[in-house]
Design a protein around this ligand. Structure first.
Ligand code: ARG
Length: 639
């Protein structure tokens, strides 16, 4: 991107980009406009205040709104003693050099010094930068390097486990949220230059899969399985579970009547026992049983793949509870026994955390089972071995589990056991990203079962909404496909609007509306800029000669101020790990965009003015597109 930035840096006497990069942490003025301003202001302010750059640089903070400036300095953060903060602020403002090339004369606001960027240099710098970087504007590949000074040392690796549904069971709201949030986090870290390993840890093992195989033996339909494995397996699962429930009721009734012999007979020969035996065959490696189960698994994965592709998600690995080797669990069990982490309790093995972790925390972690009386491993046991094997396989620098907050305790127990096993360093690299519930998630056809059903239903609704505007609808080339994409955007944006931990209500009408902060609104904003671009029909070269002097209206200036923030927004998102950080910004930016159209007409303006304004809009479209893709949305060019 060199040239424009170098040009701009040359506006500032003695400013060197190389020097700024070396002097300040993660400072890259050639990809992040704010880094140039922070570096420049720090250079100036160290002289004005006499305070060391290491304190000044991080003290330059974002503002809460454009009316408060582009950057502010919190006076107390410089830790100058002996004078009141507002007095210091006034002194520094007075001593600030007149006619700074990049920023207006600073102003005092309470304890803060406010800086507004001068519009012209900002436009000159930011618009070409955005256009040159294109789909990479906002990336910060240097963050993922093991050693920022020496790229040959390679990238950091992050493992992100997400989605993780259970075969033959409904794909519920928790899986939906995990998929959306996990996909977003994977994009975020990839943009920051990390190697990302996306793992889907399927629920695909346990007695219930023995039961499923029995159901297939009895009622399975090969053609139905081929056609729609996910639904067919689910139907079988529901059917056989009903039978199991009947069996259980029978036994309870018999016991109540004192007919214990008859009850015991059912226990010995009934469905539950048969399922147990079948699953036993699976764990013992019986070829036919394993092959059957593998077919169910593989066929389900083929379907999942298609559905995930609609959300722009590709997994690197379909792991799962079935993939954890017994031998690995045996080894972990032994280690836990040697370290006295586990103990026997009524024939089973448990971890009594109150004996290993002091105080309330030990109580809070409870006493989970790690091995049942009959010797079978549990959910937690598998997670322990799986975690350790991922470390061996990927040598990750960080691992994220995207799992509903209902499993907070489970993941706390998992990480704590890893720590107690002597792997503190590994435990420290693991993080649980949790999220709240989706309330009232049902389609018009009943309760939601699978991701496909959700997406189809929202697409249908979206199609209805689109049809309501007949004139526009007639112009859409492929309404079905558009409705599908808009529907997916609707679901995803609704999910990512609040903080992850908040519950939200699945509201079909609200999410599919073009009004309000919705997915369709973002898509509309994107399509609208694209249409302006098409109609203006200029080349990249035309745009490169755009004259920023013609962009002097407040609307234009506010837009470029917002666009310049994008790389910082991405970096802040790496701290919050909240999709809402991105969405809040995108809505702010698209609101500024829509309110500008009446003031900044493009098509029909003088050629030079048209060029300048289009340059602004193209830059806005690039940022919007990058933001939407970061969230996992597929921006549409027309609708
Ligand atoms: N399959 C599990 C469920 O549906 C989620 C798996 C979460 N990940 C893990 N490593 N335990 O509840």
């Amino acid at each position: 991107a060199g040239s424009t930035v170098d040009q701009l840096a040359s506006l500032v006497q003695g400013f060197s980009i190389r020097e700024a990069e070396q002097k300040y942490p993660n400072c890259h003025p050639d990809t992040n406009p704010f880094d140039l301003y922070r570096a420049h202001l720090t250079n100036v302010l160290t002289k004005v205040t006499g305070v060391d750059a290491s304190l000044v640089y991080p003290a330059l903070q974002w503002t809460t709104g454009l009316d408060k400036g582009d950057l502010i300095l919190a006076t107390p953060a410089l830790r100058v003693k002996g004078k009141k903060p507002d007095v210091l602020a006034a002194e520094w403002v007075a001593a600030f050099p007149a006619d700074d090339p990049l920023v207006e004369a600073p102003t005092v606001n309470g304890y803060f010094v406010q800086f507004f960027f001068k519009p012209l240099p900002l436009l000159k710098y930011t618009l070409p930068l955005i256009q040159q970087q294109g789909c990479h504007f906002g990336d910060n590949k240097a963050l993922g390097l093991r050693d920022a000074q020496d790229p040959s040392k390679g990238k950091k690796t992050i493992v992100i486990e997400f989605s993780s549904p259970n075969i033959a069971k409904p794909f519920h709201a928790g899986h939906l949220r995990s998929t959306i949030i996990g996909g977003f986090l994977a994009n975020l870290y990839a943009g920051a230059g990390w190697d990302v390993v996306r793992i889907n840890y399927l629920g695909d093992w346990g007695k219930q899969y023995g039961l499923l195989a029995l159901a297939f033996e009895r009622y399975g339909d090969e053609a139905a399985l081929e056609r729609d494995p996910i639904n067919h397996l689910y139907e079988l699962y529901v059917k056989i579970n009903k039978e199991l429930a009947v069996e259980k009721d029978q036994m309870d009734a018999l016991k109540k009547e004192g007919k214990t012999d008859e009850a015991a007979k059912i226990a010995e020969t009934g469905l539950d026992e048969q399922a147990r035996q079948y699953f036993r065959k699976m764990t013992d490696g019986d070829a036919a049983a394993v092959a059957q189960w593998r077919r169910f698994r593989d066929m389900s994965i083929v379907r999942y793949r298609d559905t995930y592709a609609r959300l722009n998600i590709v997994f690197d690995s379909y792991s799962g509870e079935s993939q954890v080797p017994e031998a690995a669990m045996e080894a972990s069990a032994q280690k836990m026994a040697e370290l006295n982490i586990t103990e026997e309790s009524e024939g089973a093995l448990i971890v009594d955390f109150s004996k290993h972790v002091a105080g309330k925390e030990g109580k809070r972690l409870e006493r989970p089972l790690v091995r049942k009386r009959d010797g079978t491993a549990l959910y937690l046991t598998r997670d322990i071995s799986e975690l350790l094997s991922r470390q061996e396989r990927y040598h990750f620098d960080k691992m994220i589990y995207v799992v509903a907050s209902q499993q907070d305790l489970h993941l706390k127990q998992l990480f704590k056991i890893i720590e107690l096993m002597g792997y503190q360093a590994i435990a420290d690299k693991c993080q649980h990203i949790n999220f709240g519930l989706v309330l009232g998630m049902s389609t018009r056809k009943g309760t939601v079962k699978f991701l496909d059903d959700i997406l189809r239903d929202v697409a249908d609704k979206m199609h209805e909404v689109m049809r309501a505007n007949e004139v526009k609808y007639a112009q859409v080339e492929n309404p079905e496909a558009t409705a599908d994409i808009l529907g997916i955007s609707a679901v995803m944006v609704q999910d990512m609007t609040g903080k992850r931990i908040n519950n939200y209500t699945f509201d079909m009408d609200k999410m599919t509306s073009f009004e309000g902060d919705t997915g369709p609104y973002l898509q509309y904003a994107h399509a609208r800029v694209c249409s302006i671009e098409r109609r203006a029909n200029l080349t990249a070269q035309d745009l490169a000669t755009a004259d920023p002097n013609l962009l002097n209206e407040p609307h234009a200036i506010n837009i470029v101020r917002l666009l310049a923030q994008w790389p910082d927004v991405v970096q802040n998102t790496l701290k919050t790990l909240e999709p809402t950080t991105v969405l809040t910004y995108l809505f702010k930016m698209t609101h500024a965009l829509s309110s500008s159209y009446d003031h900044l007409q493009v098509v029909g303006s003088e050629p030079e003015l048209l060029k300048a304004r289009l340059s602004l809009y193209v830059s806005a479209r690039i940022v919007l597109n990058n933001g939407m893709r970061l969230l996992g949305l597929s921006p549409v060019d027309r609708m």
